[in-house]
Design a protein around this ligand. Structure first.
Ligand code: V47
Ligand code: SF4
Length: 380
């Protein structure tokens, strides 16, 4: 970053960030390739504080991966299994009820549901997963199914995405998680997750969801075979749909975990790359309210630091996570609210428990209710 044109470019970007203007794809690439971590952090932090003040959000949640049997074979996935594998499992209705009762007993406000595409299960089984959860604990927000799953349901039923989503909403679906995005570039997808729903399908599902009033998240899986230009293209595509619908809530950069995958020769991203990716994402995604530092993947230390590099959310207490632990995550299986508070306060931020839709949670032990939108309350 020594020459004059680089300095001019950086000055231009700084002015844009200060004025709340959008950084171009070319400038995004420059940030990725030429700019040091602390400068990225300073820029990202400005945006983070403008959008969310000093708040750092978390939620009380629990995970359910209803089956790990999957027709696909994504190279980065350590979670999936074939039907006859020893580790293959599928939840029964009673197991689902038990998981939801556990959610109720711990005062969880959200259940996060993603899983494999089980070729012997019909659409009605997936619908029942949501129905059972909703009937067992109606106040629990069900954040379920990525576009890869919705695409599969649409393929099985030969019905449009909108119909599939409407059926799911009728039995209790509350919002959609951000997975299945990986890296949108078709050449990268061909290398790591050939055959599964492509970028076009991914965006069409989110657009249909937003049109029905469902909010959703977006992710990006980084640190495998992709290059900087692929990450910037990915972020640019996300902000284009967000301009159109405004339906995304949170962006979550997902650090690739290589253990037990077909890409196990690739080293896990370093802490530096994790923080750079959080910061560049925050700068590029000017129309996203939130960027999540998913502690279960980043580890508590990097996630805590990320709160000064553009992130405003740590995700939650997360009980029963499998996808990243199968792929070698060394983080604990869950964190208590006290531990999350400590991480946030140490980072100089104010912890706020939110529900899935970013409303403040008013809590008394395991009982809770929701207040107003946190950002409205903050005047952000
Ligand atoms: O699409 C799978 C990723 C995603 C690995 O919306 C891996 O709040 C790293 O949807 N290393 C599914 N990543 C998870 C998902 C999600 C996660 C966190 C928060 C939210 C949210 C949604 O998990 C997949 C894939 O990108 N994944 N295997 C792995 N070895
Ligand atoms: Fe199946 Fe999802 Fe794993 Fe791909 S990432 S193999 S779709 S469970």
């Amino acid at each position: 970053m020594a020459n004059t044109s680089s300095n001019t470019m950086l000055e231009q970007i700084k002015e844009k960030v200060q004025a709340g203007e959008r950084v171009s794809v070319e400038e995004g690439l420059f940030l990725e390739q030429e700019v040091d971590l602390l400068t990225l952090g300073e820029l990202a932090n400005q945006i983070r504080e403008r959008k969310n003040g000093n708040f750092a959000y978390y939620n009380t949640n629990i995970h359910l991966n209803p089956t790990n049997v999957c027709v696909y074979r994504c190279d980065f996935c350590a979670f999936r299994a074939d039907l006859r594998d020893e580790k293959a499992y599928t939840f029964t209705d009673d197991m689902i009820r038990e998981r939801v009762e556990e959610a109720r007993a711990t005062g969880a406000t959200e259940i996060h549901v993603v899983g494999g595409l089980h070729h012997q299960k019909k659409f009605d089984w997936y619908l029942d997963v949501v129905r059972i959860m909703h009937e067992t604990y109606p106040d629990l927000h069900i954040k379920a199914w990525t576009p890869v799953e919705i695409y599969w349901f649409s393929f099985m039923t030969k019905k449009p995405y909108r119909w599939v989503l409407e059926q799911m909403m009728e039995v209790g679906l509350g919002s959609m998680p951000g997975g299945g995005a990986e890296i949108f570039d078709p050449e990268v997808r061909a290398k790591i997750c050939e055959h599964k729903a492509d970028a076009k399908n991914w965006f069409e599902v989110h657009e249909a969801a937003h049109d029905l009033g469902l909010r959703s998240n977006a992710t990006m899986l980084y640190g495998h075979v992709e290059e900087a230009r692929h990450r910037i293209d990915h972020l640019n595509q996300l902000r284009t749909l967000q301009d159109k619908t405004g339906g995304f809530q949170t962006f979550i950069p997902l650090a690739f975990h290589p253990d037990n995958t077909r890409l196990s020769h690739i080293p896990k991203p370093t802490g530096l790359m994790d923080l750079r990716t959080v910061a560049v994402s925050r700068i590029m995604l000017d129309n996203f309210d939130h960027v999540k530092a998913y502690w279960i993947m980043l580890g508590e230390k990097i996630a805590q630091t990320a709160l000064s590099f553009g992130a405003d959310d740590l995700d939650g207490t997360v009980v029963h996570e499998l996808i990243y632990h199968d792929a070698g995550a060394k983080t604990p299986e869950g964190l208590t609210v006290e531990q999350l508070h400590r991480l946030i306060r140490e980072a100089g931020r104010e912890p706020v428990e939110r529900d899935t839709l970013y409303r403040r949670v008013i809590r008394d032990g395991a009982s809770w209710s929701v207040g107003e939108s946190v950002m409205t309350a903050a005047g952000c």
